[in-house]
Design a binder for this molecule. Structure first.
Ligand code: SLL
Length: 153
C-alpha cells in the first residue's frame, strides 16, 4: 500500500463514562463497599460503526480490580463494572491492521459523583452522572485503505 500525501483525515469519537448509585437491593448483592455501577466506553458520533477502523480497545482499570486490563475486540467497546472510587482509566485504541496506524492512548477520569456545573441536575436525577470527552483522531497521510474507507460515504 502507499500513503496518500498531503492528506489529513480526522474522525470524531466519544470517550466517557456514565455511573449511578447502586440501589439498596443491588448493594446487598454487590461486593462490600461497592456503591456505584458504571460504564466506560469508546463510541462513534451519531451512531457511526467505528469497528470498521477500530480493531480493539484496551481499558486499563485501577489495580484494585480483578483482571484490570480489559481488552474489548468487538462492539460495543465498553466495560461495565461496580466500585466505590474514582480513578484514571487508560484507554488504548488499536486500529485495523490495514490502516498501518499505531495505537493511540487516552486517559479518562472515571466520574461517579455529582459535581461541577451539572451538579444540581445530577442530584435531581438520583445521582446519575455522565462525563464524556470528544476527541478527534487524526490520520496524517493515511494509507489508501484508510483514505478509501472514509471517502466512500
Ligand atoms: C481512591 N485513588 O482512593 C482512588 C482509588 C479505586 C476504586 C479508587 C473497586 C475495587 C474492588 C474500586 O472502586 N476501586 O473491586 O475491589 O479514590
Amino acid at each position: 500500500g502507499t500513503r496518500v500525501s498531503k492528506c489529513q483525515i480526522s474522525r470524531p469519537i466519544l470517550i466517557g463514562n456514565d455511573a449511578k448509585p447502586l440501589t439498596p437491593e443491588e448493594r446487598a448483592h454487590a461486593h462490600t463497599d461497592h456503591t456505584h455501577t458504571w460504564r466506560i466506553f469508546v463510541e462513534g458520533v451519531d451512531g457511526e460503526d467505528i469497528s470498521k477502523w477500530i480493531k480493539k480497545v484496551v481499558f486499563k482499570l485501577h489495580d484494585t480490580y480483578n483482571n484490570s486490563t480489559r481488552s474489548i475486540e468487538s462492539l460495543p467497546f465498553e466495560v461495565i463494572e461496580t466500585g466505590w472510587g474514582e480513578f484514571d482509566i487508560m484507554i488504548r485504541i488499536f486500529f485495523m491492521p490495514e490502516t498501518h496506524e499505531k495505537s493511540l492512548t487516552f486517559y479518562h477520569r472515571l466520574k461517579l459523583h455529582p459535581y461541577g456545573p451539572r451538579m444540581e441536575e445530577e442530584k435531581a436525577a438520583g445521582g446519575l452522572v455522565e462525563s464524556v470527552q470528544y476527541e478527534e483522531i487524526v490520520f496524517n497521510e493515511p494509507f489508501e485503505y484508510t483514505y478509501k474507507l472514509f471517502s466512500e460515504n
